[in-house]
Write a protein that binds this ligand. Structure first.
Ligand code: GLN
Length: 308
């Protein structure tokens, strides 16, 4: 019988020939400096056992994966009131698109596109009052769910994002003009960038996502973070919106709720079974890890662990 380790080893072998396909995200210059042909994949099970292949201890920029954590925090604070500020429908547009935001009066389609995560950050600043407290609460939450105090952000990536953040500033300014941003535009965007520049390995990320596979409770420590109903909502928004305008493609090929980041990471959840993280920096044309998506597809094909 094949073990999970056999499956991961086999995936690595199948993925190796395509590790030179796709492009790293160079619109954030600091991200373009990573070694582009890295690959890692980790899974964590409910009994605490975990399996890994590739550079699973290598920390990378989690980028939009942070949107899962900020959305989770905001949903647990504001419940359905959050949807007055941000929707929960797929956008069918790139993650940093401005057009839809204009004709939908500054209400972003969902919390996983940039505009949505910027609004979510604004709601968190309202709740925690200061920028430092907002960052600390988000990073403390990540430390709690991953049962690991060793989580930090990358100053270099953060300042590179700030220097080249024209489009995110445009999104934030547009929302401000529609009265959908309460705080100072620069402050909100900088805090959003800080969340995006948090670094984690696949080992850490797969551990962090486990509560979302278990109705909001960490099956290892038994700590309850959110309700079962909130978990259902977060996983459904990941399934329908987690990969921007490629969310349908990801659901079709992988069949799991998942969230990608332009740093090359993807997290995914197998409800009631496990959580998964992959990393490979080269991206497909939608801005999602090319080899990472393929690895997840092979995983669900081999194990029959898609939700469908
Ligand atoms: N920080 C990135 C940006 O704002 C996040 C985008 C992503 O990971 N898709 O552009």
């Amino acid at each position: 019988m094949l073990t999970y380790q056999d499956v991961l080893n086999d995936i690595y072998q199948k993925i190796e020939p395509i590790l030179n396909e796709g492009k790293v995200a160079d619109y954030i210059p600091a991200l373009a400096q990573v070694n582009p042909e890295q690959f890692a994949m980790s899974i964590t099970l409910f009994d605490g056992s975990s399996y890994h292949v590739g550079c699973s201890d290598e920390k990378f920029s989690i980028q939009s994966i942070s949107k899962v954590f900020t959305f989770t925090k905001a949903l647990s604070i504001y419940s359905t009131d959050l949807y007055k500020r941000v929707g929960k429908e797929p956008s069918g547009n790139p993650f940093n698109s401005l057009v839809q935001l204009e004709y939908e009066s500054g209400i972003p389609r969902n919390p996983f596109i940039n505009a949505g995560a910027i609004v979510v950050t604004d709601t968190l600043i309202n709740n925690y009052k200061t920028l430092d407290a907002t960052y600390s609460e988000v990073s403390n939450f990540i430390k709690e769910i991953s049962d690991n105090k060793n989580i930090d952000f990358d100053e270099n990536v953060c300042s590179s994002e700030i220097k080249h953040g024209h489009r995110n500033l445009a999104l934030a300014n547009l929302m401000k003009s529609f009265n959908n941003l309460d705080n100072n535009v620069d402050d909100v965007v900088k805090t959003y960038f800080k969340h995006c520049s948090i670094t984690m390995s696949t080992k850490e990320l797969s551990r962090a996502m486990l509560f979302l596979a278990n109705h909001g409770t960490d099956p290892i420590t038994n700590k309850k973070f959110i309700t079962s109903s909130q978990t259902k909502r977060i996983n459904s928004v990941m399934l329908t919106c987690g990969h921007y305008d490629a969310s349908g493609d990801f659901a079709y090929h992988v069949g799991l709720p998942g969230k990608s980041g332009v740093g090359g990471g993807i997290v995914a959840v197998v409800p009631n079974v496990m959580s998964i993280a992959v990393f490979s920096p080269r991206l497909n044309s939608w801005g999602n890890s090319l080899a990472g998506t393929k690895a997840l597809e092979i995983f669900t094909t081999k194990t029959n662990l898609s939700i469908f």
